[in-house]
Design a protein around this ligand. Sequence first.
Ligand SMILES: Cc1ncc(COP(=O)(O)O)c(C=O)c1O
Length: 357
Amino acid sequence: MPRPIQATIDISALGQNLAVVRQYATKARIMAVIKADAYGHGLFSAVSGLKAADGLALLELDAAIELRKAGYQQPILLLEGFFSSEELAEFQHYQLSAVIHHEEQVAMLTKSKHALDIFLKINTGMNRLGLVPDRFSKIVDHLIESRCTRSLTLMTHFASADIPTEKENVIRQFESFLSITQGYHFPRSVANSAAIIRYPETQSDWVRPGIMLYGSSPFSDKTASELQLKPVMTLASKIIAIHDLQSGDKVGYHGLFEADRPMRIGVVACGYADGYPRHAPTNTPVLINNQRSRLLGRVSMDMIAVDLTDINNAGLNSPVTLWGEGLPVDEVAHYANTNSYELLCAVAPRVERKIAP
Ligand SMILES: Cc1ncc(COP(=O)(O)O)c(C=O)c1O
């Protein structure tokens, strides 16, 4: 029998979450964000559940090419564009759309003989990627004169659409985008998951949802189920050892957890080398036999300890859910002081992904 940890990927949940995006963004086209191996879910499995999307966005060129070779025909957008002029031939050959976010990319493209579908990204305040607003009109004119764009879409990205108290900054970024691009009648793309839901006025022509497709809430004040989102990945394993503790016995590295009464604990085949967050503290929730319990002590590379004291019928091989169906990944992320993006992306290659159709 293989080591029992597994990530089950619910393909139909992806389709349902995509339908939720459509309900929010009835007029926009949907560019499903599948970077980082579809947020850790597995590129091809995820794409099979996202067939109804109008395009895909990622930033790994080899993955984009694989998708084309596998017959995917809708637009594929490379979110960081190209990194050298050598890549331009592949962009053109495989009809890949490129984000252009700095002037060196403009120079590479205009000097080449290639013409691409371009998403021109403007920095409206996040100060991550994007052109300086003052240079926008010169660059658009230059791109058009150089005949190196097959199509042009204007884009920006919000820094804090997920934080309720940041409304002013979101509106400021959006208004700045509208004012910079005023008079240019090209399609626009602005909204990530949080903005699709909370700022529908920003949806424009293409929305770019990521995290909500995977069934996680973009917000800390609204759960995924309140948003009708279904978990796509369920990370599960089994109990591989059991111990009865006396009061005062300690658990795991550095004895971080100490029993204050007689307890029964289980050891689960799941550790930080599987992608479980090492900083998850005692009391982080887990499900054992579908009953809620908690992590005890320090997460090791390959194992964690959990509390079986009040769990009915728990024994060797009892199923343990680390997150997913029945236990939102957002909740585990909250305990571990991180977000669901990090947990989902970090699931290690050694964890088998099993597809649930
Ligand atoms: C440019 C861009 N658009 C869209 C997204 C999707 O964001 P989210 O997963 O929050 O919906 C990302 C993700 O980080 C991104 O970098």
